[in-house]
Design a protein around this ligand. Structure first.
Ligand code: MRU
Length: 365
C-alpha cells in the first residue's frame, strides 16, 4: 500500500518553472522543513559544500541538476557546463557518486546537439534521480531478507544500529541503510533502530531520527560511543551503515566513527553490513585506507553546536578558543570487518570476487 512517504523526494524541479530546482535544506532539520531554490549552478556547489544536501547519492543528483542549470541559464552553455563540472567535482572529495554523476551528465551533454543540450541534461538528471529510487528499493528488498531472517530467530524487535544518515534524506527516497528498515516496517516486522548521534554534524540525531520519526519507525538516539556497550549486552542484532565510496576489494569509506562500530561489531560477533548503490563503487581503487581521499572540514563544526532555544536556532561554542581542532569527516572500514555488502543486485561478500560476481562488466575495468 502506498503512503505519503512513498512519494517523498529530496530534490525536484520547481512546478512548471524549468529554471529552478528545489531541495530540502537539511541544515534546518529537524527544527524546520525548509525548501531551498537552486537557480544558478553555483547554488548547487554551495548546497553541496555547505551540506544543505549531503549523502553520497543526493550529492551526485544535486551535481547532475546543477549541470542542467548551467546549460539552462547560459548563452554559451557548453563552456558553462564544463566550468560547473570542475567546481562541482571539487565541492566534496570523498563521495564517488559526485564524479560518477558528473561524468554521466557530461556524456549525455556530448551526445546532444547544441539546441537540445539543456533538455538532454534535464532528462538525464531526472533519470539519475528516478534510477536512484529504484536502486534504493532494490537494496531495501535484499536487506529485508536479512532482517526477516533475524526476526524468525527471536522474540521482540529486530535491533538495527546505524551511523550517520544513509536514509531517505541522503538519497532521493528510501535511503540505503534505511531502505531494509522501511520495507521491514511496512511488512509488519517489529524493527527498532539505534541511531548514532554522529558528531560533529549530528546527521543521526538531526536527520535519521527525524525521518524515522516521520515514518513511525521505532528508534532510540544514542551517543556515538554507546554502540560497543549495547553490542556487549546483546542489544544489537545487526549494524547497517551506508558508504560514500567502496573500493573494488570491498573497503568502505563512511562517516567518521563507522570503523569503530565495525571493530566493536567484530569483537562481539554482531553482523556488520554496508548498504550501497553500485554508483558508490570506485572500481579504480583497491586499498581504501591508502587511496580514498578523506575530507577534512571546518573546525567550527566541532567547536560549535547548533540547537533550538526559545523557538530559535542558536549556535554555541563548547570548546576553549585556544584548542586546535581536527575535523576528519570520514574513515575507512577494511573489507575484513564487513560481513556483507547489500547492493541493488543482491548481498555479496565484501571482496573483489564478491563484487565482481554481481557486477562483472564494471569489474573488468
Ligand atoms: O557528510 P555526509 O552527511 O554527506 O555523510 C553521509 C554518509 O556518511 C552516508 O552514510 C553516506 O553518504 C551514504 S548515503 C546513502
Amino acid at each position: 500500500m502506498q503512503d505519503a512517504h512513498d512519494s517523498f523526494r529530496t530534490i525536484w524541479q520547481k512546478g512548471d518553472d524549468d529554471g529552478v530546482v528545489q531541495i530540502i535544506d537539511q541544515r534546518e532539520l529537524p527544527h524546520r522543513y525548509a525548501v531551498l531554490d537552486l537557480v544558478r549552478w553555483q547554488d548547487g556547489v554551495d548546497a553541496i559544500r555547505d551540506m544543505a544536501v549531503r549523502g553520497a547519492p543526493l550529492i551526485g543528483a544535486t551535481a547532475a541538476y546543477s549541470l542542467y542549470l548551467a546549460a539552462r541559464h547560459s548563452d554559451a552553455p557548453r563552456g558553462e557546463v564544463e566550468r560547473a563540472a570542475e567546481a562541482l567535482a571539487a565541492a566534496r572529495p570523498t563521495a564517488v557518486n559526485l564524479r560518477w554523476a558528473i561524468d554521466r551528465m557530461l556524456a549525455a551533454g556530448r551526445a546532444a546537439s547544441d539546441d537540445q543540450l539543456a533538455a538532454a541534461l534535464r532528462r538525464e538528471a531526472a533519470a539519475i534521480c528516478d534510477e536512484d529510487i529504484e536502486i534504493s528499493l532494490g537494496i531495501g528488498r535484499h536487506g529485508l531478507a536479512l532482517l526477516e531472517a533475524i526476526a524468525a530467530t527471536k522474540d521482540g524487535p529486530v535491533n538495527v544500529l546505524t551511523h550517520c544518515n544513509a536514509g531517505a534524506l541522503a538519497t532521493i527516497n528510501w535511503g540505503t541503510a534505511t531502505a531494509p528498515v522501511y520495507l521491514a516496517h511496512k511488512a509488519g516486522i517489529d524493527v527498532h533502530v539505534w541511531v548514532d548521534e554522529t558528531r560533529p554534524r549530528n546527521q543521526g540525531s538531526q536527520l535519521t531520527a527525524w525521518e524515522l520519526a516521520e515514518r513511525g519507525v521505532k528508534h532510540t538516539l544514542i551517543v556515538d560511543n554507546a554502540g560497543g556497550h549495547l553490542m556487549q549486552h546483546g542489544l544489537v542484532d545487526i549494524v547497517i551503515t551506508g558508504t560514500d565510496r567502496t573500493t573494488r576489494s570491498g573497503d568502505v569509506a563512511n562517516k567518521i566513527g563507522t570503523y569503530l562500530k565495525a571493530l566493536a561489531a567484530h569483537d562481539n560477533g554482531v553482523p556488520f553490513y554496508v548498504a550501497l548503490p553500485s554508483t558508490t563503487i570506485d572500481w579504480r581503487a583497491r586499498d581504501g585506507v591508502a587511496e580514498i581521499p578523506i575530507e577534512e572540514r571546518d573546525p567550527g563544526e566541532v567547536s560549535h553546536v547548533p540547537g533550538m532555544l526559545d523557538d530559535e536556532v542558536v549556535v554555541v561554542r563548547t570548546t576553549p578558543t585556544a584548542t586546535p581542532i581536527g575535523n576528519y569527516a570520514f574513515d575507512v572500514t577494511p573489507a575484513r570487518l564487513v560481513t556483507g555488502l547489500i547492493t541493488e543486485r543482491g548481498v555479496c561478500e565484501a571482496s573483489e570476487a564478491g563484487l565482481a560476481a554481481l557486477y562483472p562488466d564494471e569489474a573488468r575495468l
